[in-house]
Design a protein around this ligand. Structure first.
Ligand code: ACO
Length: 403
């Protein structure tokens, strides 16, 4: 690793690195990935152990504070987060201004950004207490706004948070309860959703997290920084891939059509990729994909979709690809998105909500990374360089002389 900033100060030399494939923009103690070995750890704890034994709010505590909580710390943290689940009543009116057919991610960008207009007492970024209050508010309120975006899109009344429920239970309740009927949260779905949130909570310096850090590096309002992260996540190359993977499975349709589809993927002129496969960092099985596959089985069984043809297509496709030299040579393995679309669909979420759920989970990662950046004495405003390749100096031509 070369500290190029020192070289730049001494010589003016800088690197050209489109997509930042080989540039570390910061030092971080939060998430560790070894892409060759297929390892993902939050604060040193393997993702498999956190998903197996922990819950999402415990993971939030770990990401924010750096350590797993004691029981007393956990109880206190859960209480502090749930105290912030309501959003200002004016926000409900704000929602009325959106078209019903607005994409929920568009509503999320706007409504999370609008939190900056409501919570002025947690925006002094130099005050650690205010930073933590802003973090709690974000973890607690983003799910409420996400559920409101969903309810608004289907024309149903908003469902207020129920603070006696756990995080994932509360989210399912806000999305699927209706005032005229009794709604009981299904514990299998709540447990699977809690795990899905854990798997998506952080992933070091991906595009949306880097966006949050760059926005925050100017000292911007924390709620506005998270809105910037949501905007970046919306892109199909980032948070939107699970939707694409589900569409691909539906397009294949049946197991007997898989060889034909794989042939299309291998044909370089087709521009078809196996969605939910491959990763910039993982050159081995994405550890989140294994856990997601397990969650998919649990949810589909529970919902009576165990025979869903898309699940059969996914499992067979995975088996065939993992034994095919094309995928082996290129180290292409299933990523977290391969099974998440099928799982979320079986839970009852429409595809337009898939990326919103990703944002709900990733909010804690964004805010932890933002906080770490603010506390870092080495932190500077993010200001990449460029290689200018436009016109060289030329003289202004008056309008009547231009050809
Ligand atoms: N299907 C078929 N071939 C693929 C795939 C794929 N999904 N991914 C990569 N390849 C091939 C490329 O064609 C290329 O082959 P070549 O060497 O013969 O030209 C080789 O593998 C390397 O591909 P790159 O595009 O250079 O790999 P990169 O690391 O830049 O791409 C990416 C990573 C974007 C994730 C890619 O694997 C992809 O497009 N996957 C499908 C989309 C997807 O699932 N995205 C979700 C990522 S996880 C997340 O964001 C939460």
């Amino acid at each position: 690793v070369i500290d190029i900033s020192k070289l730049y100060a001494q010589t003016g030399m800088f690197t050209y690195d489109p997509g930042f494939t080989s540039t570390a923009s910061c030092q971080s103690k939060i998430t560790y990935i070894d892409g060759d070995a297929g390892i993902l750890q939050y604060r040193g704890y393997p993702i498999e152990q956190l998903a197996e034994h922990g819950d999402f709010l415990e993971t939030c505590y770990l990401l924010l504070y750096g350590e797993l909580p004691t029981q007393a710390q956990k109880d206190d943290f859960d209480k502090r987060v749930t105290r912030h689940t309501m959003v200002h009543e004016q926000m409900a009116r704000f929602f009325q201004a959106f078209r019903r057919d607005a994409h929920p991610m568009a509503v999320m960008v706007a409504s999370v950004g609008a939190l900056a207009a409501f919570y002025h007492d947690s925006t002094d970024i130099n005050d650690p207490h205010q930073r933590m209050v802003a973090s709690m508010r974000m973890v607690a309120k983003v799910p409420t706004l996400a559920a409101m975006a969903y309810k608004y899109s289907i024309g149903q009344p908003f469902v207020y948070p129920q603070n006696r429920l756990h995080f994932a239970e509360n989210f399912l309740h806000m999305c699927f309860a209706v005032p005229c009927e009794e709604y009981k949260v299904n514990p299998v779905l709540a447990d699977a959703l809690d795990k899905i949130f854990i798997l998506h909570a952080d992933h070091e310096q991906n595009a949306s997290t880097s966006t949050v850090r760059i926005a925050g590096s100017s000292g911007a309002n924390p709620f506005a920084c998270i809105a910037a992260g949501i905007a970046c996540l919306w892109g199909p190359a980032h948070g939107g891939a699970n939707e694409a993977a589900l569409a691909m499975l539906a397009e294949i349709g049946t197991v007997d059509k898989i060889p034909e589809f794989i042939a299309k993927v291998k044909d370089k002129n087709s521009n078809v990729r196996l969605m939910g496969f491959g990763h910039r960092v993982y050159k081995n099985y994405d550890p989140r994909a294994k856990l997601m596959q397990k969650a998919a089985h649990q949810v589909l069984q529970e919902m009576g979709h165990g025979d869903d043809p898309l699940l059969h297509v996914a499992m067979e496709l995975e088996k065939i690809a993992l034994n095919d030299p094309y995928f082996i040579e290129r180290k292409l393995y299933p990523n977290v998105d391969f099974y998440s679309g099928i799982t979320l669909k079986a839970m009852g979420f429409p595809t337009s909500m898939f990326t919103v759920l990703f944002a709900v989970a990733r909010t804690v990662g964004w805010i932890s990374q933002w906080s770490e950046m603010i506390e870092d004495p080495q932190q500077k405003i993010g200001r990449p360089r460029q290689l200018f390749n436009g016109a060289t100096k030329r003289d202004y031509v008056p309008l009547d002389k231009r050809k």
